[in-house]
Every structure is written in C-alpha cells, then in structure tokens.
Ligand binder design. Structure first.
Ligand code: UGA
Length: 437
C-alpha cells in the first residue's frame, strides 16, 4: 500500500521504517528539516536500538522516503498521524497543536477512499472532532484511531510484533470500510496471530490512556510499598518477586526505584485527569493524583537519602550520577527522574557529574549547568557518593572492587535496585537501595 507518516519523532520514524519493512511504499513527513535530512541519509535522529539498521535495510529497497513537503502525502491510501501531544505549559492538559496542525495540513491532499489514522495519544473526544474535519473536506475519506503501544528501547520489535491492534472507527463496527484497509496494512502481524479489536473512536482513545495509567499505577503501587518497606525494615524487591508470582498480579512493572518518567506516562496521566475533569468525571481519576504524587516523592526521597549517605550535608560533596535517560536503551531525557534528581542535588550544593552512554547531548541541552562525563571511570573520580539512576547494562555490571580505587568514599545509592547489595558491601561499600534494608 502507499502510506504517508506525518511526524517523524520516536513514534513516526520507527513506524515509517517498519511499514516499509512490511512491504509498503512509505513517505515520512516532518516539519523539522534536520530530522528529515538525517532520516533521508538512513541515520536515526535519536537512539533507538535496531532503527538505523532497519532504515538502511529499507532504504535500499527504495520503498521509504522522507520530506518536509506535506503535498507528498497526496496519492497515499493511508495517512498516519504520529506527532507529539506534550503537556501544555502550566497545565495538566495535553497540547493538541501538533495533532491539529498535522490533520489540517493534510486535508488538502486527501482523496476519496483515503483513511487518516491517528496514532498519537490524545484526550478522548479528539478523534470524533478530527473525523468531522476530514469528512467535511473529503466526504469519502475516514478517520480511524489506532493507538500505539510501543516502548522506547523496544520500538522496532513492538511495532513489527505488537501485542494487539486496536482500530477505533466511527460506527465501531467490523464492517466499516477502514477495517479492511488497516487489515491489509497490518496483514503481516495479523497473519502471525496478533489480536485485533475494532471499537468506536472514544474507546480506542481510552484504551491507550487507560493502559498507560494502569502501568503508572503499578509502578507507583510498588513504590508506595517501597516507602512502607523502608519504614518497616522490609525488602521491596523480595516483596515484588513474591506478589508477582500470582498470575493475576504479574512481576512486570513492579520494579521499585526512582519512579517513572519519559515523554509518555507522566504527561498521559495528567492529561487524562484534565480530560476527566472536562467530562465531569474527575472523581473517577482522583487516584491518579496520588499515583503522580507517589512518583514525584521518589525523587525527593533520593535527594534526602543522598544527603544521609554523604553524612548529613550535600554542600561541596562530589556526587556521580550514573544515568541521565529516563530508562535504559534510550537517549530520551524528557521528564527523566535521573536528571531531575541530578539537578536538585546540584541546586542543594553538591558538585554533580552525570554520565550516560547515549543521553549526554540531550541532557546537556536541557540542564547545561550540570557537568557531564561520558567515561564512567572519569565520572566517578574522587566521588563522595555514586548514584545509579538509570539501569543501563554496563552500570549493572560495574565491578565494586575496581571502582573502589577511583572514589574518595565508597558509597553507592542504587536507585533502580539492580545491584547485588551483598557483593557491594563485601567490597567495602556503604550500599543503599530504595525500599531495601
Ligand atoms: C510507555 C508504555 O510502556 C508504552 O506501552 C506506551 O506505548 C508508551 O509509554 C507511549 O505512550 O508511547 P515508555 O515511555 O517507552 O513506554 O517507557 P516504559 O517502559 O513504560 O517506562 C516508563 C518509565 O517507568 C521509565 O522511567 C521506567 O524506568 C519506569 N519504570 C518502568 C519503573 O520505574 N519501574 C518499572 O517496573 C517499570
């Protein structure tokens, strides 16, 4: 099929490349010239494992191109909207400027029979509103909401082999003409057994926000348990292992630590609360305020623990923060708990050096006042304390004996509970985890 993908960020660039991999003819469109020239040269404008290989692979086939010119969408049968929906400045609600602009910009290039497919995470009600715009301009075109569930760091495999496909169509019916078209787009996944659900517009939009809210709630639940474990002298990692053995609960997303961040979960739960308020259903989501509060409390807790670890004062203490990305295998620092903790420590008088295998450039743009050092050995030189805040594999594998020769004080705070506490203590370190004795 001929496909256009509007918005070539973390979602759209991966989606465009994967659609071409599945055999479609794809044009990726974005207003950012830098992104387009990088992608045109088969270079990923951000770090995502496997993306660059995939871009090279599909560009050789001639099925994938990129442009800043929206008119290139003309002639495609399917138009995916993959632009961002960040949090509005000073408010909880989502900023729909980019989704609206992408849809309106696309309208003049629609032809009868085309489908516009929204993948961005939007407040419920957006799809029906945009569907009206599409129908006004081109009565024989349709708008479908097809939320995306990919995780950064696993984006390529999540797109090629998703857990499920959700199509939100106007009448919520399997007979809607868009269903057969999307089935053709995703023929590869469907034939390999990916379940596919057809719903109405609002249900499809809510599936996405509900899923992210559930994940955020799971993380905050275990972090609340971590607070209790700290008070009671228990170990939250063993607790998570034990409750996770119940199939109904499951062990995934029960890793206690410095909490969730990134460009999705934090802003999605806030936008969801804001939208519920507009719909007069705010009570239904007041628990998400608590989920958010527990999450933000983790960051302050780490600052306090660091102070304790440094003997009661942060002033002039050299602190090495390992990890700036909001999670491993990503260079994304949007709402990164690691970076926000690093910035807080610096504000409170510590001398902070941040290290990360991939995210230093992005981090330095956001917090230029912090000191950055890519090399771990240099980053921990003469440290009074090390904070492991993003669990990159190379940090999990650090050798406590080798590291002890570089630091001034052998103190480590394991913000993701991924180190072997006994091993570090045996090597002479003062080890602190979160929610662990
Ligand atoms: C999240 C969802 O997992 C995806 O399904 C969704 O498609 C995506 O948002 C989106 O809306 O686009 P992502 O933001 O890439 O994906 O990251 P996650 O893997 O969900 O991690 C989010 C945060 O939670 C990270 O900061 C991670 O460190 C933290 N986390 C995760 C924990 O603190 N504990 C856990 O047990 C799991």
């Amino acid at each position: 099929m001929r496909i256009s993908v509007i918005g070539c960020g973390y979602l759209g660039a991966v989606h465009a490349a994967c659609m071409a991999k599945l055999g479609h003819e794809v044009v990726g469109i974005d207003v950012d010239e830098r992104k387009i020239s990088e992608l045109s040269a088969a270079r990923a404008p951000f770090y995502e494992p496997g993306l660059e290989d995939l871009l090279r692979d599909v560009q050789e086939t001639g099925r994938l191109s990129f442009t800043t010119d929206m008119s290139a969408a003309h002639g495609s049968d399917v138009h995916f909207i993959c632009v961002g929906t960040p949090q509005k400045k000073g408010e909880n609600a989502a900023d729909l400027t980019y989704v609206d602009a992408a849809t309106v910009g696309l309208l003049p290039h629609l032809s009868p029979g085309d489908i516009v497919v929204g993948k961005s995470t939007v407040p419920v009600g957006t799809a029906s509103r945009l569907a009206e715009l599409v129908q006004l301009k081109e009565p024989e075109a349709h708008l479908v909401w097809n939320p995306e569930f990919l995780r950064e760091g696993h984006a390529v495999s999540d797109t090629l082999q998703p857990d499920r496909l959700v199509y939100g169509v106007e009448n919520g019916s399997e007979d809607h003409p868009s269903v057969a078209i999307l089935d053709e787009v995703y023929a590869g996944s469907i034939s390999s057994g990916t379940p596919r659900l057809v719903t109405d517009h609002p249900t499809a939009e809510l599936v996405k926000t509900a899923a992210n809210s559930f994940l955020a709630t799971k993380i905050s639940f275990i972090n609340a348990m971590a607070e209790l474990c700290e008070a009671a002298g228990a170990d939250v990692t063993r607790l998570a292992d034990a409750i996770g053995m119940d199939d109904r609960i499951g062990r995934k997303f029960l890793n206690a630590g410095i909490g969730f961040g990134g460009g999705c979960l934090p802003k999605d739960i806030r936008a969801f609360m804001a939208r519920a308020g507009e719909l007069g259903a705010d009570q239904a989501l007041t628990f998400l305020r608590e989920v958010d509060a527990i999450n933000m409390r983790r960051r302050s807790r780490v600052v306090e623990l660091s102070r304790e670890l440094c003997g009661g004062s942060l002033l002039g203490k050299r602190i090495s923060v390992l990890g700036a990305a909001f999670k491993p295998e990503s260079d994304d620092v949007r709402d990164s708990p690691a970076l926000s903790i690093a910035a807080q420590l610096q504000l409170q008088g510590a001398v902070v050096t941040v290290s990360d295998p991939k995210a230093i450039d992005n981090a330095a743009r956001r917090f230029p006042e912090l000191h950055y050092e890519a090399d771990v050995d240099r980053a921990v030189q003469r440290a009074d304390a090390i904070l492991l805040l993003t669990e990159w594999q190379q940090y999990r594998e650090l050798d406590p004996y080798a590291l002890s020769t570089l630091v001034t004080n052998q103190r480590i705070l394991d913000g993701r509970n991924v180190l072997d506490a006994a091993k570090w203590r045996a090597a002479g370190w003062t080890y602190r985890g979160l929610g662990r004795p």
